[in-house]
Design a protein around this ligand. Structure first.
Ligand code: GAF
Length: 388
């Protein structure tokens, strides 16, 4: 769809805004979560990969203590003194990069001792599509500032920095999935992450040799995790864990669900059942992938979608139609990806069938009078890096 990495554009934008060359350009990708939804904040398992759409940040040194940030999203240049950075003082799009600067201070950076910077940001990750455009910005800025300020934080810590910015500054009670995917991914592989221990294993997906593609279907139903349903689902999970007497739903196994049904109200039980079975599906997906290849994981993707639709109730009609149509037109498996309430579905498809699935989904949307979706194949890509 779009240029993979907007490096040249970002450097040129920096020159235009600030009248000099940047000293470097860093980039970080959006993500697709292959499976493991809403499990991250339940100490569970996730299995995402980075996509080939990225955010990039060009950075220029300053000899005072001011941070300025501009972007291709608006013509605005926001500036703030490093002494004045706080969650309360930040809002709008600049809360993402400036929130990261603040959050680095919460993870050991001495913000009283570092110099100011000029930042210019651009991105090819679609916004509001459930593909973590915000984590892409956070992760690129975290990596750039870590290097420029000589902090030496490791990538799992930079993921926590981005998550803290998202939680405290942006105000979305999200987990560690998106930033981990953006920072830890490798090309042609997915990251099997234990969100309790933060142990991560990069596992090859083998899509190209197996003649398989992951097709993204962006429904253009936009989601926002700072409001509404996401926080409500998180609260249900916490209530379920408390009623069951466990620290988190990670501690509940599929075999415990009968007992859970007798303890919990009907709705909380279904929320809990999604998390418990989804954790098991992540483990099953990793095992199946290793033993039989990506072509064998379809039923697990399908089951994950049913669980999100019926138990966790985070899908919308457009997403359900995208998934059902992809399945009916030959996809090996399909599911919603990301936090839900809109966003994108993914379909695992034999290469030759990609145009068929795309056409059938477009036709089905037109028949329902839904806005035309955008469809594109994503390639599992490398995580955050310095590009120039
Ligand atoms: C969003 C959140 F940011 C993640 O932390 C995760 O909870 C996801 O929704 C659902 O799996 O992307």
């Amino acid at each position: 769809m779009t240029e993979a990495t907007p490096i040249a554009e970002t450097a040129a934008g920096f020159r235009e805004r600030y009248g000099r060359d940047p000293i470097g350009v860093w980039s970080a990708p959006g993500r697709v979560n292959l499976i493991g939804e809403h499990t991250d904040y339940n100490d569970g398992f996730v299995f995402p990969f980075a996509i080939d759409q990225r955010a990039a940040v060009a950075l220029g040194a300053r000899d005072d203590r001011v941070v300025r940030v501009s972007s291709t999203f608006t013509g605005e240049v926001v500036d703030v003194h490093l002494d004045d950075l706080s969650p309360e003082s930040l809002d709008g799009w600049s809360a993402y990069p400036l929130g990261v600067a603040w959050a680095l201070g919460q993870f050991g950076a001495d913000l009283a001792a570092v110099p100011g910077v000029d930042l210019h940001i651009s991105s090819t990750v679609p916004v509001g599509a459930g593909l973590s455009s915000s984590a892409a910005i956070e992760s690129s800025v975290a990596l750039a500032l870590d290097e420029h300020w000589g902090l030496g934080l490791d990538r799992p810590t930079l993921a926590k920095v981005g998550q803290l910015a998202e939680n405290r500054v942006v105000g979305a009670p999200t987990g560690i999935l998106d930033q981990s995917a953006s920072l830890l991914s490798r090309a042609d592989a997915a990251v099997f992450l234990d969100c309790r221990s933060l142990d991560a294993e990069v596992i090859p997906l083998g899509l190209v040799p197996d003649g398989l593609s992951i097709l993204v279907i962006d429904t253009h139903v936009t989601h926002a995790h700072a409001t509404g349903g996401y926080a409500a689902r998180r609260a249900s999970c916490e209530a379920g864990a408390e009623a069951l007497g466990v620290e988190s739903l990670r501690d509940v196994q599929v075999g415990d669900l009968d007992r859970a049904a007798s303890v919990l109200d009907e709705e909380t039980f279904r929320r809990v059942r999604h998390i418990v079975t989804e954790n098991q599906r992540v483990l099953d997906t990793v095992r199946t992938l290793r033993e039989h290849g990506a072509g064998a994981i379809g039923p697990l993707l399908d089951a994950s979608h049913v669980s999100m639709r019926d138990d966790f109730e985070i899908t919308v009609p457009e997403i359900d139609l995208a998934v059902a149509t992809a399945q009916a037109s030959g996809a090996i498996g399909a599911r919603m990806t990301g936090g839900g309430f809109g966003g994108s579905a993914i379909a695992l498809v034999i290469d030759a069938l990609v145009p068929v699935v795309e056409r059938e989904v477009r036709t089905a949307f037109a028949e329902q009078g839904y806005r035309a979706p955008t469809t594109f194949v994503v390639r599992p890509s490398e995580g955050a890096r310095r590009d120039a």
